[in-house]
Design a protein around this ligand. Structure first.
Ligand SMILES: NC(=O)c1ccc[n+]([C@@H]2O[C@H](COP(=O)([O-])OP(=O)(O)OC[C@H]3O[C@@H](n4cnc5c(N)ncnc54)[C@H](OP(=O)(O)O)[C@@H]3O)[C@@H](O)[C@H]2O)c1
Length: 335
């Protein structure tokens, strides 16, 4: 495993992190459906065995059950994981943020969160107020560092103007979701804000296991890649299903030539991109986790990196600079 510094902190995180969204899913979880807890606990054990020291969750994942599960799994070995969690968009007013953080600490059974993140920006709450509460939490020793998620160019520019040291911006970034390359990634580079890539496998599309858009479970066919005719979408756009599956076939050809599985290549490609600190890969069992972890050791030469970027250029163009995977046009939650 390789480790990189998280933004301007002194925290070293593994380049492959474990994403915690699906880890405590139950049948009400629209994206992931039901998850067996024994598999999740075994996946966290496997992560530690592989040298992964970074795990990401949120108060919103399965109504706090993901944090609870991670708390149980790390009991007695808390020091082996850098734990990142998030406050929901509704909780950014100072008092609510303090309460949200205390709720997360309780569920995680920890007295400190290593990286506390804002899940989405809230235009209703002045940023300075939220930053004030974060700095109180840091002074109290309840959080070690703070980061944001889903901050677009406008929110990010406002944030850096305050002079606050934000460690990271967690963003949808994969070969099939490259919107951040237009403006957000250069800003993160300029200000030494580490990019944590979420949905790096495009929720399974970049493992190559779905051959057509109809093969993708409805709960996952919600992103702007898919047509708004599909039942769970909220974006109201036409999507780019043809372009997406054409890109996947091109990636598959490159992977076949390289003799490497698609998930390895897709994750490794991200680790070669500027400002990327770590990829938060979801895994539902130890086997998936181990397969994903192999990406940490994969070096891709410039020719291959360019070929993969070229294969997905059409999708990048179709989705444009809006980095909100699920909402389009004026409803995008990113600014
Ligand atoms: N900040 C935010 O707004 C935000 C948003 C989304 C995600 N996140 C974070 O990012 C993490 C990762 O994103 P994600 O879970 O959306 O998507 P992802 O990592 O792109 O995909 C994960 C899913 O792909 C499948 N998979 C993983 N490895 C595989 C392998 N080797 N072979 C075959 N299938 C494999 C699994 O589902 P199946 O086995 O069911 O196919 C797994 O749950 C989340 O857990 C969360 O921590 C943050």
């Amino acid at each position: 495993m390789n480790y990189r510094k998280l933004g301007n902190t002194d925290i070293d995180v593994s380049v492959i992190a474990l994403g915690g969204w699906a880890l405590a899913a139950d049948s009400s979880e629209v994206t992931w459906g039901k998850q067996d807890e024994r598999d999740s606990l075994a996946t966290i054990d496997a992560a530690l065995d592989e040298g992964i020291n970074f795990i990401d969750t949120a108060e919103g994942y399965s109504k706090g059950a993901s944090e609870e599960l991670i708390g149980r799994a790390l009991k007695g070995r808390r020091d082996r994981m850098v734990v990142a969690t998030k406050a929901g968009r509704k909780n950014l007013a100072p008092e609510k943020l303090i309460q949200a953080c205390e709720g997360s600490l309780r569920r995680l059974q920890m007295d400190m969160i290593d990286l506390y993140q804002l899940h989405w920006a809230d235009p209703e709450v002045p940023l300075e107020d939220t930053l004030g509460a974060l700095s109180t939490l840091r002074d109290q020793g309840k959080i070690r560092a703070f980061g944001v998620c889903n901050f677009g160019p406008g929110d990010l520019s406002d944030l850096v103007k305050t002079g606050t040291d934000c460690a990271s911006n967690q963003l949808a970034y994969s070969l099939l979701a490259r919107a951040i390359e237009y403006e957000i990634q250069p800003l993160c580079m300029e200000h030494n804000i580490g990019i944590l890539c979420y949905s790096p496998l495009a929720q399974g599309l970049l493992t190559g296991k779905f051959r057509t858009a109809d093969d993708v479970p409805a709960g996952r066919a919600r992103t702007r890649h898919f047509s708004s005719d599909r039942t769970e979408t909220r974006h109201g756009e036409s999507g780019c299903e043809t372009e997406t599956f054409r890109a996947i076939e091109k990636i598959r050809n490159s992977c076949d030539r390289l003799g490497r599985p698609m998930e390895e290549v897709a994750l490794a490609w991200l680790l070669h991109q500027p400002a990327v600190t770590s990829v938060l890969a979801g895994a539902r069992n130890p086997e998936q986790l181990r397969r994903n972890t192999r990406a940490a050791a994969v070096r891709l030469d410039k020719e291959v990196l360019d070929e993969l970027a070229e294969a997905t250029e059409e999708v990048k163009h179709a989705l444009g600079p809006n980095a909100d995977l699920w909402m389009g046009g004026d409803n995008s939650r990113m600014r």
